[in-house]
Design a protein around this ligand. Sequence first.
Ligand code: NAD
Ligand code: DAU
Length: 357
Amino acid sequence: MTILVTGGAGFIGSNFVLDWLAGSDEPVVNLDALTYAGNRANLASLDGDARHIFVHGDICDRDLIDRLLAQHRPRAIVHFAAESHVDRSIHGPGEFMRTNVTGTFTLLEAARGYWGALEGDDKAAFRFHHVSTDEVYGSLKPTDPPFAETNAYEPNSPYSASKAASDHLVRAWHHTYGLPVVTTNCSNNYGPYHFPEKLIPLIIVNALAGKPLPVYGDGQQVRDWLYVKDHCAAIREVLARGRLGETYNIGGWNEKPNIDIVRTVCALLDEMKPDAAGPYERLITYVKDRPGHDRRYAIDARKIERELGWKPAETFDTGIRKTVRWYLDNQPWVQDVLSGGYRDWVSKQYGPEATAA
Ligand code: NAD
Ligand code: DAU
């Protein structure tokens, strides 16, 4: 048996592939376009491992997907590939529509053709697992209950709108064609291999470089943080035992304002790598807010807990400590990522002065 993973060189996808092959000998075909967010170095520990078949390609390439399905006969597709950064979607939404909407459509059509031709047990066992986000539900007020699977979709950014569109396509392919799908909507992940355009790794790498720590607006926006390996474990459960056509919200019951996250990272760095110039908090800098910035996300994870018995293994305290340690211990990975392309993004988003050494 084999599974096909898309986007397996990105942050969550690479953690998923590494964890999968640490716990199973079932091979993974890993299809990734290696955009700025995809990094073969995340998978370096699998070099020479015959269970990992890496394919450099695009999920919009129907011929390629048809060929991969025919050649490898996967029992499941786990679909991570996406443009994933909200700020980039504000600067340039086109690529988000192409990959997240057209790419998911292309994958669904290829999966429909492949699954339609399967027979017997193979047909019954096949799964299309769509990995999505809590951002499709929009923004919560301070006293609102957390997002349940029954919440209305109210996406507010080009990114979340493109993910909402992809969720709707997946739902429709199940209802209309019977494609055996499951969808998971997860909250903010953090952990190893997180690209430093996102809040937590950005704060770590900027602090270590003595650069300003940019906090958007008043820093009181709330996110619900989940350690990436807990997300990967939840996906494995849903893939194995999730009910067809259902969606499952995944979260860590860890609602925290951004400024608290930044202060926590600073305190851990003060402990693990003190700076002679003083506490890292001195670098906190409030900057212009993100346009349309969602105020609060929070996940009600009771459905996956009740039906599948999944619970996060990490608390925020243990997960963030591991994460800061990982960045300190993996400086070659960090320095490799902080390349020319990354500097261009930092200059575009935070101004040319932010790239000064
Ligand atoms: P990421 O940006 O780190 O990685 C995306 C990967 O997809 C990269 O390896 C990239 O090369 C690949 N990719 C992009 N376009 C492609 C294309 N056209 N064809 C093939 N591969 C392509 O993203 P991530 O943070 O790992 O997120 C993975 C998935 O999880 C996404 O679908 C995202 O919406 C979802 N998600 C992310 C979070 C989070 O906190 N990061 C939370 C919930 C859901
Ligand atoms: O909720 C799940 C989503 O979480 C995923 O679907 C997305 O793919 C993922 O990128 C993430 O989206 P966010 O926009 O919440 O993550 P980000 O790390 O970009 O920002 C987290 C919060 O921190 C958000 O309120 C914006 C704020 N922020 C972010 C950056 C990059 C800052 O204050 N300063 C920054 O420099």
